[in-house]
Design a protein around this ligand. Structure first.
Ligand SMILES: NC(=O)c1ccc[n+]([C@@H]2O[C@H](COP(=O)([O-])OP(=O)(O)OC[C@H]3O[C@@H](n4cnc5c(N)ncnc54)[C@H](OP(=O)(O)O)[C@@H]3O)[C@@H](O)[C@H]2O)c1
Length: 247
């Protein structure tokens, strides 16, 4: 719990899955959470739950493909709570399909959310963190950022990109005392497989998740581990899988 209490943490994609579980765990440990996603009613329900337990939380409707909305989310955190300690670029989707099916809309959405959304999060947080001379940017990659699988070419490309961006960022922000962490989960039980638009691929991935996925608090614990290190320790990457997952 050390180094969590009192921190102001912005989380994108907090309306379900990993982001939601992380908001709950960090709030329970005394962090202030500022939550962004498109489904504001789900975010607001979570904020109500956290604040009624004594936590500090704020929700803003945020589409991470819109740079201005991501900036507004981070600026709102700074305006209301005075600073941003941690930016968790978590929003993402995984519409797997074989390349030959030419799902170009899916490709574009995946690139826009999984890569540009992360870049916009960095762009929104970095000026504040530079000024503070402190901060921590946590980007969510995946096992798919380490391995490439059939049907997953575009998703894997975006998750490789997240790792490249994060490592580039890490090297650049030393003068500002900013930490950069990549978290790369294996199969975790969330709504992620619902973003698959091809019925046959969806069935296969849902079965894989039903057989292997672990609860979302596995990810939240990894966030807590990275955040709770002393300020001079930068956890650069955490790669974890369900114990039963081979891939
Ligand atoms: N679950 C896994 O097995 C797994 C493994 C490795 C990596 N990941 C990564 O973990 C991250 C979180 O995914 P999850 O597993 O928690 O899936 P999830 O339950 O489907 O959550 C995805 C989140 O992203 C948000 N989102 C999607 N498009 C968005 C947009 N345009 N603007 C803002 N928010 C958007 C969704 O909110 P709205 O729809 O309300 O906007 C939702 O809150 C993703 O980056 C994913 O690639 C997950």
């Amino acid at each position: 719990m050390e180094n969590i209490k009192g921190k102001v943490v912005v989380i994108t994609g907090a309306s379900s899955g990993l982001g939601e579980a992380t908001a709950r765990m960090l709030s329970a440990q005394g962090a202030t959470v500022v939550l962004g996603a498109r489904r504001i009613e789900r975010l607001q329900k979570l904020v109500d739950e956290l604040t009624s337990s004594g936590g500090k939380a704020l929700a803003l409707v945020t589409d991470v493909t819109d740079h201005n909305r991501v900036k507004s989310l981070v600026d709102a955190a700074v305006q209301k709570y005075g600073r941003i300690d941690v930016m968790i670029n978590n929003a993402g989707l995984m519409p797997h399909s074989p390349l030959e099916r030419l799902k170009i809309d899916d490709w574009n959405r995946t690139i826009d959310v999984n890569i540009k959304g992360v870049l916009y999060g960095i762009a929104a947080a970095l000026p504040h963190m530079k000024q503070q001379k402190a901060g921590h940017i946590i980007n969510v990659s995946s096992v798919a950022g380490h391995k490439v699988t059939p049907n997953g070419a575009v998703y894997c490309a975006t998750k490789h990109a997240v790792r490249a961006l994060s490592e580039g960022l890490r090297g650049e922000v030393k003068p500002y005392n900013i930490r950069a962490t990549i978290i790369s989960p294996g199969a975790v039980a969330t709504e992620l497989p619902n973003s698959i638009t091809e019925a046959d691929v969806s069935a296969g991935v849902h079965k894989f998740y039903a057989d292997f996925a672990i609860p979302a608090d596995s990810f939240a614990r990894a966030v807590v581990f990275a955040m709770s290190q002393p300020d001079d320790v930068d956890i650069n990457e955490i790669l974890f899988r369900p114990t039963s997952q081979v891939l």
